[in-house]
Design a protein around this ligand. Structure first.
Ligand code: MN
Length: 162
């Protein structure tokens, strides 16, 4: 096999590049679902292989941006990788920063927001085969907004970490 044969497997090594990019990894605007509301999010799939039951992705939310508010049967294992922000899991809003871990259980509302001056980047481990996210109905949103801390979070103005 020639060194330039493009049909061969990708290299085992993919070097980190500046600005939280990786060699050979496409950086795409996040648009998994046309129905979903989100703002200023990119996605890079770091590991996806038919021999793996999971995928590892790197998402980055620009300042003022947010991921989709959603829930689903599959779970997420998340490590905050860059910057800081706030995260909603279920009925809890927390300030999060680099190397913090966030576990998203099944059928639990969740959203990440870059509430500070820096981007919020996080690694997200997920099942390769997974159900489609559900979006909140008006009733779901009303129930979430009944909690003042969640209402402030959804407005993009969470309480300062204390
Ligand atoms: Mn999700």
């Amino acid at each position: 096999m020639s060194e330039h044969d493009t049909s061969k497997s990708p290299s085992a090594f993919r070097t980190a590049e500046p600005d939280y990019r990786w060699q050979g990894v496409e950086c795409r605007p996040y648009k998994e679902d046309d129905r979903a509301l989100f703002k200023a999010v990119t996605r890079q799939v770091l590991f996806s292989d038919q021999n793996l039951a999971g995928e590892l992705r790197y998402f980055e939310v620009a300042p003022g941006g947010f991921s989709t508010l959603e829930r689903h049967a599959h779970v997420h294992g998340v490590m905050i990788f860059r910057g800081a922000g706030h995260c909603l899991v279920g009925d809890e809003v927390r300030a999060v920063g680099e190397r913090d871990l966030v576990s998203i259980p099944p059928m639990t509302w969740h959203q990440f927001r870059a509430t500070g001056a820096s981007p919020l980047g996080f690694l997200c481990l997920v099942d390769a085969v997974r159900d489609r996210p559900q979006l909140p109905t008006a009733d779901d949103l009303a129930a979430l907004e009944a909690d003042p801390a969640i209402a402030a979070f959804l407005r993009g103005a969470p309480a300062p970490a204390g």
